[in-house]
Ligand binder design. Structure first.
Ligand SMILES: C[S@@+](CC[C@H](N)C(=O)[O-])C[C@H]1O[C@@H](n2cnc3c(N)ncnc32)[C@H](O)[C@@H]1O
Length: 232
């Protein structure tokens, strides 16, 4: 799978892409991730990419020229122009089903915004898939792009050592349950025991217990989402 990340801050991705999982996936040819500086497509000595909003208001907006030129040039680099994603708080909310949808593509192009965001004509011209990673505002699309790359990479066949691990993760499978409790050694920690069933060697019982626990955890999460913790 090929992923192009278009950003004004390419250096933010250096250590992220060298990390163990993504570094190995690129070395093995499972992922081809390229980071492109949008500023390389800006004109003039100052290579200007942003300007003040018409009508007034705070901050700067990304100008359509350099952004559209950059996206179009990068998409033309391969026969498959790729699925263009614009990172924006106004987009559809990222969840595991959106991640699965993106992971089925052969190529995705991630467009990171900055400052006060994009001139509207960028959206109108490129007609991207607009995605938000949640209802809060980040300073730029880079962290959101990293979230997408990380989540999508886990689903690319061969990237995780054990394919079963992605299938058992939270939000996977038809029921989209969160994972229940898990235990490793020691068998006892500060008086807390590992449940007997996990030591039984009975795989069918263990699978049923895990499923039941996942239902409990999912139910608990549903309640906690609607009961914010108060600040004392
Ligand atoms: C400071 S934000 C712009 C916020 C914009 N003025 C607004 O109110 O919606 C700058 C950039 O960060 C990225 N960004 C911020 N929050 C995001 C989110 N929740 N999901 C995805 N991208 C986000 C977008 O690329 C955005 O263009």
């Amino acid at each position: 799978m090929r992923i192009d990340i278009l950003t004004l801050f390419p250096e933010m991705f250096t250590s992220f892409l060298e990390g163990s999982l993504l570094g190995a996936a690129q070395a093995n040819g499972l992922l081809d991730i390229r980071v492109v500086n949008i500023r390389d497509y800006a004109e003039g000595v100052h290579r200007q990419v942003d300007d003040r909003p018409f009508g007034g208001g705070p901050g700067m907006l990304l100008m359509p020229g350099p952004v559209v030129d950059c996206v179009e040039a990068v998409r033309k680099q391969a026969a498959d122009a790729g699925h263009l994603v614009m990172l924006t708080p106004a987009g559809r909310r990222l969840d595991q089903s959106v991640v699965e949808e993106l992971a089925r593509r052969d190529r995705i192009v991630l467009l990171c915004g900055r400052y006060e965001g994009f001139d509207e004509r960028i959206r109108e011209t490129l007609e991207p898939d607009e995605i938000s990673i949640g209802d809060y505002v980040l300073s730029g699309g880079e962290v959101a792009a990293m979230v997408i790359v990380d989540a999508v990479a886990r689903l690319v066949p061969g990237v995780l050592g054990d394919e079963e691990s992605a299938r058992q993760d939270s939000f996977s499978g038809a029921e989209r349950l969160v994972e229940g409790p898990q235990y490793t050694r020691p068998r006892e920690f500060r008086g807390l025991q590992v449940p007997d069933v996990l030591l039984s060697g009975d795989h069918a019982r263990i699978a049923k217990w895990r499923h039941d626990q996942a239902l409990v955890a999912t139910e608990r999460r549903a309640h906690s989402i609607h009961s914010p913790r108060s600040i004392p």
